[in-house]
Design a protein around this ligand. Structure first.
Ligand code: G3P
Length: 212
């Protein structure tokens, strides 16, 4: 499974760049960065050599496609994030025909995932954490989508998104999601295990004794 970082914070992206295959952003993350959309997306593209998702904000397919053409012209690695609505699926078809890579986002059901694949989406992002928040099972959704995509050989890659903890990452990897896009705070947690810390301390203490 590939790891993407879900952020527009370039400091965090630089910190983890060596293990990243891509980055996802959304309007909320751009707002949190406090930076100009084009400027920050271009800087992210200069740090990570992989798919960088940048989202359109128009509400109709023609407007989304217009934005997609503009944003995708900034850098070859940009993937256009398109919301999972009827107009978004039309825009995804237009992008697909025009050779523009897409990431259909805000997916919460198998039929939505199927529509994204049929429209030719390059990536599709089910939001696990937000489903769990309303008492549904985000990991189960990923399992179901993996099964459906596998049945028909859809090339659309599944980006497990809205990831809230290490268990989400493990379960999505077991389910066969192609990618997990991980918030920086969680990325830090993935490195940690108390037995690693205890083991390092013991080795260091013993090394000090060995030098005496
Ligand atoms: O990539 C989608 C992600 O940014 C949404 O995460 O934590 O806002 O549900 P969250």
């Amino acid at each position: 499974m590939k790891l993407f970082l879900d952020t527009a914070d370039v400091g965090e992206i630089k910190r983890y760049a060596h293990v990243l295959s891509g980055v996802t952003t959304n309007p909320t993350l751009i707002m949190k960065s406090g930076r100009d959309f084009k400027e920050v997306v271009n800087e992210i593209c200069s740090i990570v050599d992989g798919p960088i998702s940048a989202e359109v904000t128009a509400e109709d397919a023609v407007g989304m496609f217009r934005e997609a053409k503009e944003i995708s012209s900034w850098h070859k690695n940009i993937v256009i994030k398109i919301p999972m609505v009827e107009e978004g699926i039309k825009a995804t078809c237009l992008c697909s025909d025009a050779g523009i890579k897409t990431n259909v986002t805000l997916v919460f059901s198998v039929p939505q995932a199927l529509l994204a694949a049929v429209a030719g989406a390059t990536f599709m992002s089910p939001f696990l954490g937000r489903l769990d928040d309303v008492g549904q099972d985000g990991v189960y959704l990923v399992k179901e989508i993996v099964k459906v995509y596998g049945n028909y050989g859809f090339p659309t890659e599944i980006i497990a998104a809205s990831i809230r903890g290490p268990t989400h990452v493990i379960e999505c990897a077991k389910a066969g999601a192609h990618i997990a896009t991980i918030p920086p705070k969680l990325m830090a947690q993935l490195y940690n295990h108390p037995l690693t810390d205890i083991g390092i301390k013991q080795f260091m203490d013993d090394w000090e004794r060995a030098k005496k």
